[in-house]
Design a protein. Sequence first.
Length: 368
Amino acid sequence: MGLSVGIVGLPNVGKSTLFNALSTAKAEAANYPFCTIEPNVGVVIVPDERLEALDTVVHADKIVPTAINFVDIAGLVRGASKGEGLGNQFLSHIREVDAVVQVARCFEDANVIHVENRVDPVGDIATVTTELCLKDLETVNKRLDRARKALKSGDPKEKIAFEVCEGLSKHLDQGIPARTFALPDNQDAVLIVRDLQLLTQKPTFYIANIDEGTIGKLEGNKHFMALKKHADAEGAIVVPVCAALEAQIAELDPAERPDFLASAGLEEPGLYAVIRAGYKLLDLLTFITAGKVEIRAWTTKKGARAPQAAGVIHTDFEKGFIKAEVIWWEDFIKLGGEAKCRDAGKLQIEGKEYVMRDGDVVHFRFNV
């Protein structure tokens, strides 16, 4: 689907190190501001144990997981909304992604430079959020001026635009993201705000870049606890990750990783939680096709109906959709495949109105 999550934050908080661990695309990581200038894009596999479990039944020639894109964006500094540092490039790159993850430093290390000479993750988040709000405020005020001038025409949509933008302007002026603004229950209002493409309207979660000694003892990390309190207050997800450790894990041979993880007190790489959080933030689900040639995971939006999901595989599938043969993945494994599920009455024949579930194993029937 080409959906992407932008990794943002102040310089030197660990964005590129995290990106390198997430992706096979290697961004330069160094101890100086603006190391990343052009955004790096990495296609990141979404971990899904269901695929291996299905393969115990199917014994497919190959397994193809689904993926999302993570984008490593240049570090932001105070004044970015006015073009300071690499502000204009930074803000334009954020505008192009579907969701945002803000990385904040939650570790002490005198050898790693902080652009503002302090360790304060909540302050870091506030700096980034303020700059994004200021840029959005500029966008909203331009639309507000246009709506104000158009009020004399009596256009009801411009009246709605004026009211919405006036409220949104006051909201942003307090440094509060647009995503927390309560829109009127009006489709025109929703469309007006959507057309503004506001930076702070994008769904957002946080990564706390912690030190290795904090793993399993997060309550003792005052920086993480402060960030968690901030995230909880706005209903956001915060994922603790030790970027330096994750970079080591990413370089290991897969066979060596379980022992290394166990020695570090981890059950899985911390970045798996980051990937899942990004997937959740984008409001995605996975459906699966399973056959001898391949088991493949596919991504679609939650709430998608069967023809839309079929269109993810090929546009012809959606155009000529006839029906979907659907099996719940657990039934597929428990009963031993499609034929046995059919015999047991666990294969459902669904039409155009069927809403896909995360974990559906599907065979689409179509005619072009």
